[in-house]
Design a protein around this ligand. Structure first.
Ligand SMILES: N[C@@H](CCC(=O)N[C@@H](CS)C(=O)NCC(=O)O)C(=O)O
Length: 257
């Protein structure tokens, strides 16, 4: 389904740009969705967080915070998903569809991104990290409560609206979809209590970039959460490009692009 429609669009190849990422991470998936939404293709490098590769010397130079994603465009290095997606939209997507050019429209997207950065993502982290790294088996009641509060916030934000940031999905929707779809694994969204929010997430899940860039990593996150705090011995680092990920083509079979 995704492959045939992506052949019909013009993709901008930006091989000089690199994204270091791991698919299970919501901020990395936000950047990957933004890339696919804007039909931008950059070099992508998978980093194995379970092996601590994001804390190795190569990446620590780029990001002293030792987090992913990390993005590089020539001399420019960015290490926050919100800054990365805004930069990509401003620098490489002239249409303004995903990040409006007018001050008011832009401020609405910024507001959603600040909500993600300041409220939603920290709640995800507080709930998931004890399970991923500390032998905890469940989301703690306090965290469930705070995540439910966020669901209530978002339910209110969707009153009278189809999308969070405008008349169509924007970077605000994409960013929140990455975090929210992951929270939904930890604390399932109750359709009866949050009907607008669950419908919005369903609509987002039908967007082609959600299918190409969010679905697989979400599955990996679910499996990783099920396994809990154990180290992963499987592979490591695989450079590839956004266009290959979109097409689902294994690295070896596609030497071009
Ligand atoms: N505000 C940052 C958050 C980045 C972040 O915390 N990423 C997590 C992965 S989801 C990470 O790299 N954690 C480091 C670790 O677990 O050691 C963004 O939006 O990019």
């Amino acid at each position: 389904m995704g492959t045939s429609s992506s052949k019909n669009v013009i993709t901008s190849g930006l091989k000089h740009c690199t994204l270091w990422k791991t698919d299970r991470s919501p901020p990395c998936r936000a950047v990957m969705m933004a890339l696919d939404a804007m039909n931008l293709s950059i070099t992508e490098v998978d980093v194995n967080m379970d092996k601590g590769e994001h804390r190795g010397p190569e990446l620590s130079i780029y990001n002293p915070l030792q987090t992913l994603p990390i993005f590089k465009d020539k001399e420019l290095i960015l290490s926050d998903s919100h800054a990365i997606t805004s930069y990509l939209a401003t620098r490489y997507c002239s249409a303004g569809k995903f990040l409006p050019k007018d001050a008011g429209g832009r401020a609405i997207i910024d507001q959603l991104m600040h909500y993600d950065s300041g409220i939603l993502y920290p709640r995800f982290r507080a709930a998931a990290y004890p399970i991923l790294y500390e032998n905890c088996r469940f989301v703690m009641p306090q965290q469930v409560c705070e995540i439910e509060c966020a669901y209530r916030d978002l339910e209110c934000m969707l009153v009278g609206r189809t999308w969070l940031g405008g008349s169509w999905p924007t970077l605000g929707d994409i960013t929140i979809a990455a975090t929210l779809s992951t929270l939904n694994v930890l604390v399932p969204i109750d359709k009866l209590r949050y009907p607008r929010l669950s419908s919005w997430l369903y609509r987002m899940s039908e967007e082609i970039y959600y299918i190409t860039a969010n679905k697989k990593g979400l599955g990996e996150f679910s499996r990783r959460i099920d396994r809990g705090c154990i180290s992963d011995d499987s592979e490591f680092k695989c450079p590839r490009s956004s266009i290959r990920r979109r097409a689902g083509v294994p690295e070896k079979e596609n030497k071009k692009d």
